[in-house]
Design a protein around this ligand. Sequence first.
Ligand code: MTE
Length: 317
Amino acid sequence: MLIKRIRGWEIPERDVTPESVYSRRHLLAAGAGLAAASFVGPAGAQSPDPSAGLYPAMRNMRYRVDRDITEERFGSNYNNYYEFGYSKSVAQAAKALPVRPWQIKIDGMVESPRTVDIDDLFKAMTFEERVYRMRCVEGWSMVLPWTGFPMAAFVDWCKPTSGAKYVEMQTFMNPDVAGNQRSRGYPWPYIEGLTIEEARNELAFLVTGIYGHPLPGQHGAPLRVMAPWKYGFKAGKSLVRFTFTDKRPKTFWETMAANEYGFWANVNPKVPHPRWSQANEEVIGTGGKRVPTQIFNGYGDFVAGLYTNLQSERLWA
Ligand code: MTE
């Protein structure tokens, strides 16, 4: 029997946040962005953000979400960034991170290892906005309008050699501005990774901005990754290094607690975390509303095919 499966971008228009509502929020956010389009430079002085002119970028309507976009006052004040604090209120502390100059190192199994200035990288990429669901392994979720560029374009630009199977991503390391990096109980710097196939999947996104302006520190300025079918901890922030390798990266959370957080970490409501259920999630900014969690966070049509030959792997946590 043929069953019609509705893909993400085919959901009824009425289920998508009305454009008029989004546009109004978008304008407000863009206004806030003008104020936010500066950053703390290395000497602690406020400087204009050299990438501010790239915002707002055109929204790619292929990626639609059946929920309202989380308001910025919630989205940008309820964050996980352990380098700057163990609570959700890290926005103030993360302002200490100097995000220019910022260089990205590309090494390992690539034709030519190199280090690139972030603004030169931005010039080489085409920016767009994408609205994605984000599901944290802790049991909460948001819908966030990210700006950035497809990770597939970046991977091609890096020219990995044919033997490369994974890309390992590393967060900055600077205990002078991120005091928690002095804590010996954690395997700093934060490391995350994807297979090359995952990184080339059309959903994988390298994020430079949110709500129509450059990323503020707490969201992982100036560059972070987003793989929306995976738990949020895969979305490493403030990246400085991409290493192409044939060895599966040992990630930060896997090193911390391998029985709770694995490499794959695909969202699955039927596979509980060892200490709590993953069946549903609290939607942040809705006064505690809970909704059922979806397999692959609702993105199965895009990504399930990546895993058909990997059933022996621990794909879900
Ligand atoms: N990246 C770094 N470097 N440090 C972190 O503590 N937390 C992760 C992820 N990326 C984290 C990180 C977790 S658990 C989540 S849920 C998301 O960032 C949260 O992203 P947001 O704060 O931008 O919403």
